[in-house]
Write a protein that binds this ligand. Structure first.
Ligand SMILES: NC(=O)c1ccc[n+]([C@@H]2O[C@H](COP(=O)([O-])OP(=O)(O)OC[C@H]3O[C@@H](n4cnc5c(N)ncnc54)[C@H](OP(=O)(O)O)[C@@H]3O)[C@@H](O)[C@H]2O)c1
Length: 222
């Protein structure tokens, strides 16, 4: 493990957040599930603790964000801005890892970026420079992440304006067996967000169990 980190997963009662919480806890990080309802967070945390074999705590989103050094956001696009706004004062000086994909049901296999721009870059604009926003996990399915011991055969694209924050997230990914690659400034998150709709279209056309992912070729081995 790179370094034991205090991680909060806002919306961690859901599919993607639960899967990430499980992986990070099993790798030895200190994980708190955040929810709009503290009781729902505690229930999800108890169930995940059993599976991870490590303690996971639960709190409301503000409490979870306040206690963490790294905050992961895993809520639906429609809830992204209100969730970040509600905890913004707890995020100063911290890394906010945003997994949001701006999917607009029912046409989730069609790219619908907000006014042609990135949903995650919009959070960097909202939060200002004191919050180190990093985009990650848009192209990795909860179904793959949620199975501990299952090797996740896809790369994670990591975008952000703060290189050191991106490196921390790349290290966290390595801790849970994921190869993550720095993919440019926060505006490039639009590419990762758009790719998800393409992956959903691929899943439908080829009946992909668990969800298709991406691999980047040509990276020199260290
Ligand atoms: N699922 C995947 O495989 C996957 C893969 C890549 C990226 N993502 C992205 O990750 C994010 C989460 O996806 P998900 O599938 O985990 O979503 P989800 O299960 O539908 O929701 C996650 C959590 O968000 C909270 N939430 C739901 N509606 C809300 C609302 N209206 N206001 C505030 N909070 C609300 C809920 O937590 P509480 O009720 O406990 O507050 C819920 O458990 C999305 O942006 C998605 O595009 C998902």
């Amino acid at each position: 493990m790179t370094e034991r980190r205090k991680i909060a997963v806002l919306g961690g009662s859901g599919a993607q957040g639960s899967a990430l919480a499980l992986r990070f806890a099993a790798a030895g990080h200190e994980v708190t599930i955040g929810s709009r309802e503290a009781q729902r967070a505690r229930a999800a945390a108890a169930a995940l603790s059993t599976r991870a074999g490590e303690p996971i705590t639960g709190a409301d989103n503000r409490g979870a964000a306040g206690a963490a050094e790294i905050v992961i956001l895993t809520v639906p696009y429609a809830a992204q801005r209100t969730t970040v706004t509600a905890v913004l004062d707890q995020l100063r000086g911290k890394i906010l890892v945003d997994a949001t994909v701006p999917l607009i049901p029912p046409k989730v296999s069609v790219v619908q970026l907000p006014e042609g721009r990135s949903a995650v870059a919009a959070m960097q604009e909202l939060a200002g420079a004191s919050v180190r926003v990093v985009s990650a996990f848009q192209n990795v399915s909860a179904a793959h992440l949620g199975e501990l011991g299952h090797e996740v055969d896809c790369d994670v694209l990591v975008c952000g304006d703060d290189q050191r924050a991106c490196d921390v997230v790349i290290g966290l990914c390595a801790d849970v067996g994921l190869r993550a690659l720095y993919a440019g400034p926060i505006g490039n998150s639009a590419a990762a967000e758009a790719l998800t709709s393409a992956l959903i279209a691929i899943n439908r056309r080829y009946k992909v169990a668990g969800g298709a992912g991406i691999r980047i070729t040509g990276i020199p081995k260290k």
